[in-house]
Structure formats: structure tokens, C-alpha cells
Design a protein. Structure first.
Lengths: 138, 299
């Protein structure tokens, strides 16, 4: 039997639809077991835990999510994805939130590579710089 | 069965970092494969692997770079190729899985690449060097070729994220892979228990958030140290950079932090197969591996 739970009919609903579309995930599958947050190696550096991100995304809390440090701290290591008992790809949800922020037409980049010194840039392996720019800039 | 008289031929994708800061990974890969009678041929006109797999379900653009490489492999008359960089492996393999699963996406990419004379049809396999060694060379055969067994050397094998996640790309157990430990045993060394071997090193935060890398390096190298190891081996130039070059930051964070060398698994192969100093390039390391190896009579 399929049950449809409508959490919000107007506020944030286009945001919820966008997150589900870009991530390819069904947010309501989450039953808040917390396993994603328990194993997350980046959790100590986050302001909102991964399981809380899913809950807030279900509720369409766009402003709080896009202003959070968490979505830029998640480094797509996929530990949460591989352990989720409901097979939700939490990392994909994080990516959809980053993309929502980066695709707002404001060039709201989270990395200004020119602020890194030439010496530091020369020291970094190329994959570090390219990966950071791919993830943190539009 | 392979013909013992003729060397095996294998297309090799090095990737950008193995031609830059991780030349030690490149030379040790190529020279140890030569000792195993595998003729490694660098892929012609290879380009960026894509570096990170874009996770957006609507993303097509970031598959163009990896698919172009798969076209080059077809043009080399091959159906498979090998890379030793964990990051390249992960990105190329996931792009390959994605376009095979989504024919519409693949046809969009082929149309976009309309100047290419070869079309990609999902007909190339992406292999990591570790799985090639296990499945095509065999660790038993590798053990027979060892000239200087790494006796007494205690090694922690670090996998990070990219060899085991997501599970579609993993060629070993996701939570407790042992393929590198098996390789290390074939070289005569002793692998140790290493609880944090699949925990993320912090990856590209090396660029903008070095304080996160210092914390990760402290935790991961600390976990390796509990096994009383001489060194840590890796398969990823990103992990190698974070775990090796950020040890001074980790020491500032935690005064009890112990410095320890970080090597590519191919460097231990080159050492055991006696490929010579030019194949090791220890000059490219931050923490010099020589004292740890000398303590075991290996350098």
C-alpha cells in the first residue's frame, strides 16, 4: 500500500521537488535512524548533522539549509550512502543543495582560488584544485 | 592461460597528478609492471578523467571528459585499460557505469562529441591496478618475482573512499577490504589491523579548509600508529598529499602525533622487485621513507 504524506502544500514545495529531482532521491524514505551522521567523518566540522539535513529538506527549509556550513563541508566520501538502511544517497542530496545554491545565477562561489597564494597552489596536487573548483564553484 | 614467452600488453591511463606532484606513483607503477612482464603502454591523447564524479542526476556535461578517454581506449584497439590513481579509477568507472545505465545520456554525449570518428558504446572496462594484479597477474605469481622480500616491514594499508565507494565500483569488501594487505603479504611485508583504513582523508578541503585535513590526518595516522607500523601505503595522490604533507599541521594540533612516511603501494612493489632508486623517487615525499626502511634493513 502506498501512502502519500503531504508535509507542505505551498511553502518550500518547489524547493523540495527540485532537491528530489537533482538528487534523484525520495526524501520521505528517511526514518531518522541517524546512521549517516554516526559514521560521517566530517560531522565534527558541521553545524547541521546529515540526518537533520534530510529532515529539513523534507520540510522545505530552504533558507536554513542553503546558509548552513554543512553542505559545503560534506566532501562526498559516500560513507553515509553505503550504510543507509533505506538506500538513500545522502551525498546526492548534499550535492543537490550545493547545486541549488550555485545555480542561483549569483556566482555565489564558495572557493576563491585567487586568494590562495601562488606557493600554496603550486604545492597542491592538481586533482585537489580541480576537485575543489568542481564542487565549490558554479 | 597466458603465453609465458610473450609479455602481456596493457593500456595505462596515468592521469594529471601522476605526471605532476605524484611522479613517484607513475615511475613505480611502470617499472614494477615491466618486472612482472606486463608491457604497459600509455594511452595516447588521454585527457582529464573528470576528477570528481558529479552527483547530480541531471548532470551530463561532466561525463564528457571521462567518456572521451574511453573513446581513446577503443581507438587503441583495446577493450580494457588500467589506472593506478584511485581518483581517476573512481571517476572513470562511475562515468562508465552511468552512461551504460542511461543510453539517452550516452547518445547526448556522442552527439556532443560529433567530431570524434569513434562512438562510445559502453564497450570498455575500467580496471584499477590492484584488481589487475590480483585477477590477471595473481599475487602468487607476484610473490615468485620478488627479489628483495620486505621482511619485518609493518605496513598499514589505507584505502580511503575511492577504491571502495560506491559499492558499484568496489572490487573488494566495502567496509573491510583486504586486497592491499594480500599484495603486501606477497611482497613479504606484514600488514597490520587498521580500523580507519576506509575513512575519508578530507580530500579537496586541502585547498580551502586545511584545518579539516590536519584533524583527519591526526585521526587516521594515529589509528595506523596503534598497529606499531613503519609506514602507510595508499593508492591515491590526494590521500598521499593530505596524509604526508599535512603531518606538521597535525603535530601542531596534537603534540603526541608521530610522523610516519606515506608511500604508494607501487613503491613497495618497486622496492621488492628491485627496480632501482629511479623507480622510487623518495625525493618527492615530505616525510622521508628512507630511515623507516633502513631500520628494517631495506634501504
Amino acid at each position: 500500500m502506498n501512502t502519500t504524506v503531504r508535509l507542505s502544500s505551498t511553502i518550500g514545495s518547489s524547493f523540495v521537488a527540485k532537491v528530489e529531482q537533482v538528487s534523484g532521491q525520495k526524501l520521505l524514505a528517511c526514518y531518522q535512524c541517524g546512521k549517516c551522521s554516526a559514521g560521517c567523518p566530517m560531522a565534527p566540522h558541521m553545524d547541521i548533522l546529515p540526518n537533520q539535513v534530510i529532515r529539513m529538506a523534507q520540510l522545505g527549509m530552504q533558507e536554513k539549509l542553503l546558509a548552513s556550513r554543512t553542505i559545503w563541508t560534506c566532501v562526498s566520501c559516500l560513507t553515509c550512502n553505503s550504510r543507509c538502511p533505506k538506500n538513500i544517497r545522502i551525498a546526492e542530496v548534499m550535492e543537490s543543495l550545493r547545486q541549488t545554491a550555485l545555480r542561483n545565477g549569483q556566482r555565489d562561489d564558495r572557493l576563491k582560488i585567487w586568494e590562495t597564494s601562488p606557493e600554496a597552489r603550486a604545492d597542491l596536487p592538481p586533482i585537489a584544485t580541480i576537485a575543489a573548483m568542481r564542487k565549490l564553484t558554479s | 592461460m597466458r603465453n609465458e614467452d610473450r609479455p602481456m600488453k596493457l593500456i595505462y591511463y596515468p592521469g594529471c597528478t601522476l605526471k605532476n606532484s605524484a611522479r613517484n606513483f607513475d615511475v613505480s607503477t611502470v617499472s614494477s609492471m615491466a618486472k612482472l612482464d606486463v608491457e604497459v603502454e600509455e594511452l595516447e591523447r588521454w585527457n582529464c578523467c573528470g576528477t570528481v564524479h558529479a552527483l547530480g542526476a541531471d548532470n551530463v556535461m561532466n561525463r564528457v571528459a571521462p567518456v572521451t578517454n574511453l573513446i581513446r581506449v577503443k581507438e587503441a584497439q583495446a577493450t580494457e585499460f588500467m589506472t593506478s590513481c584511485a581518483m581517476c579509477y573512481n571517476t572513470l568507472k562511475r562515468a562508465n557505469i552511468d552512461v551504460k545505465k542511461n543510453p539517452d545520456k550516452l547518445s547526448t554525449i556522442n552527439e556532443f562529441l560529433n567530431l570524434e570518428t569513434t562512438k562510445y558504446e559502453g564497450d570498455v572496462d575500467v580496471l584499477h591496478l590492484l584488481e589487475y594484479l590480483r585477477d590477471k597477474v595473481g599475487f602468487d605469481n607476484l610473490a615468485k618475482k620478488v627479489k628483495k622480500p620486505l621482511k619485518g616491514l609493518r605496513v598499514a594499508c589505507y584505502y580511503g573512499c575511492l577504491l571502495v565507494r560506491p559499492k558499484e565500483v568496489a572490487f573488494d569488501d566495502v567496509e573491510n577490504p583486504m586486497i592491499m594487505e594480500d599484495l603486501i603479504k606477497a611482497l613479504g611485508a606484514t600488514p597490520v589491523n587498521f580500523p580507519l583504513k576506509t575513512e575519508c582523508c578530507g580530500a579537496y578541503h586541502a585547498v580551502g579548509k586545511p584545518e579539516i585535513i590536519a584533524d583527519r590526518t591526526d585521526k587516521i595516522m594515529g589509528s595506523a600508529n596503534e598497529g606499531q607500523v613503519d609506514l602507510v601505503v595508499v593508492s591515491c595522490p590526494m590521500c598521499a598529499y593530505n596524509l604526508d604533507f599535512r603531518q606538521d599541521d597535525a603535530k601542531r594540533l596534537n603534540p603526541d602525533f608521530k610522523h610516519m612516511p606515506v608511500l604508494y603501494f607501487t613503491q613497495l612493489m618497486a622496492l621488492a622487485l628491485e627496480c632501482g632508486d629511479d623507480a622510487l623517487r623518495f625525493d618527492l615525499h615530505h616525510i622521508d621513507p628512507k630511515p623507516a626502511l633502513a631500520a628494517r634493513g631495506l634501504a
